[in-house]
Design a protein around this ligand. Structure first.
Ligand code: ADP
Ligand code: MG
Length: 342
């Protein structure tokens, strides 16, 4: 196996039209787990389909190690890429047992007998469905069906597993359970995985690396922790975590990570200055005796705490948490402990 490389990859569905994927360069290490995150329509599925071989790039190339899989003039057929794609709809054969569904790709490849049986057993083991081999898909829950679809893709031992919003049809509880299954599946199979989602929490929880896309372009690739702590620009900052973006006088923002001291200084130099965007996380906003005046505009009880929206001055909004009950319309005093300059 080898790393997967996207090299200045572009796809325009119409000649001269706005490209659906625009100059995307990315490397996924062997055995890595990358989440491709972005709003609906930003080009995620198109990237995945190019990797799988269902679409040809109009520019750039895709490589697995030194092997060129596709560029604008040539491409390796999907069945010769040793990749597997799992879709949102799991597309199981209803008339076949779970075992036969899982074994189907082997049958197509002419693998039969003992070897087939053993591979099916291993694949079902990997998704903890050993006991369900003889059932029909109709007798399984949504989560179990999704696991059958995973086992079916694992059975061919693909180098790369491509998942396109595989949990989008499941309810919240099941999604959390399945996130666990995906992580386990990744750890056990050792396959390189690319997981497309528009759900930032899912991307952060699952993957070892997150690639954020918007309007066909790649904005940032980093670990979930890095993307959360040091997002590049407003779009990533707004997409990941529950931050609020504030305008702040730029002159005194020397560092990107801003501490309380620096934020205090800026506040006293506000008049007629150039402003920069800063990202403030709710856990960094403290409701204190002394500080800036803010008005509570929304209160959501979350059990352990209250999640607040606050208005700061006329135009700025902020999020904060409070342990004490607070009412809409209350005036509070806040201190921002730290922030990140976008
Ligand atoms: P995402 O998966 O992030 O929602 P897609 O990759 O499906 O985004 O789509 C990206 C853009 O490309 C959209 O504007 C979509 O309408 C367009 N697009 C996708 N597939 C095709 C196609 N086969 N023909 C023309 N336009 C397409
Ligand atoms: Mg899509």
């Amino acid at each position: 196996m080898a790393k997967l490389i996207l090299n200045r990859l572009s796809k325009a569905f119409e000649a001269g039209g706005r490209p659906a994927v625009n100059d995307v360069s990315l490397e996924v290490r062997d055995g890595g787990f990358l989440a491709l995150l972005g709003p609906s329509g930003c080009g995620k599925t198109t990237v995945l389909r190019m990797i799988a071989g269902f679409e040809q790039p109009t520019d750039g190339s895709i490589l697995l190690g030194d092997r060129v899989l596709a560029d604008a003039s040539d491409m390796v057929a999907p069945e010769h890429r040793n990749m597997a794609m799992v879709f949102q709809s799991y597309a199981l054969w209803p008339h076949m047992s779970v075992a036969d569904n899982v074994g189907y790709p082997l049958k197509v490849r002419g693998i039969s007998g003992q070897k087939r049986e053993q591979k099916i057993r291993e694949a079902l083991n990997a998704v903890r469905l050993e006991a369900y081999a003889d059932r029909r898909p109709a007798d399984l829950s949504g989560g179990q069906r999704q696991r059958v679809a995973l086992a079916r893709c694992l059975v061919t031992e693909p180098d790369v597993v491509l998942l396109d919003e595989p949990l989008a049809n499941l309810d919240r509880h099941l999604r959390q359970e399945m996130e666990e299954t995906f992580r386990e599946f990744h750890a056990r199979s050792g396959a390189t995985m690319i997981y497309v989602t528009h759900d930032q929490a899912e991307a952060m929880a699952l993957a070892t690396d997150v690639a954020v896309m918007s309007e066909g372009r790649l904005l940032q690739v980093a670990s979930p922790q890095e993307i959360y702590a040091r997002p590049e620009g407003r779009l990533v900052g707004g997409l990941v975590g529950q931050g609020a973006i504030l305008k702040w006088p730029a002159a005194l923002l020397e560092n990107r990570l801003l501490d309380w001291d620096m934020l205090q200084q800026s506040l006293s130099h506000t008049d007629g200055q150039d402003c920069a965007d800063i990202l403030v996380r709710p856990q960094d906003v403290e409701i204190a005796g002394e500080g800036m005046a803010a008005t509570v505009t929304s209160v959501l009880f979350e059990g352990e705490r209250y999640a607040l929206k606050l208005a700061l001055g006329d135009e700025q909004n902020l999020r904060a948490f409070s342990r004490q009950p607070v009412q809409v319309g209350d005036r509070v005093s806040i201190v921002i402990r730290s922030a990140w300059r976008l």
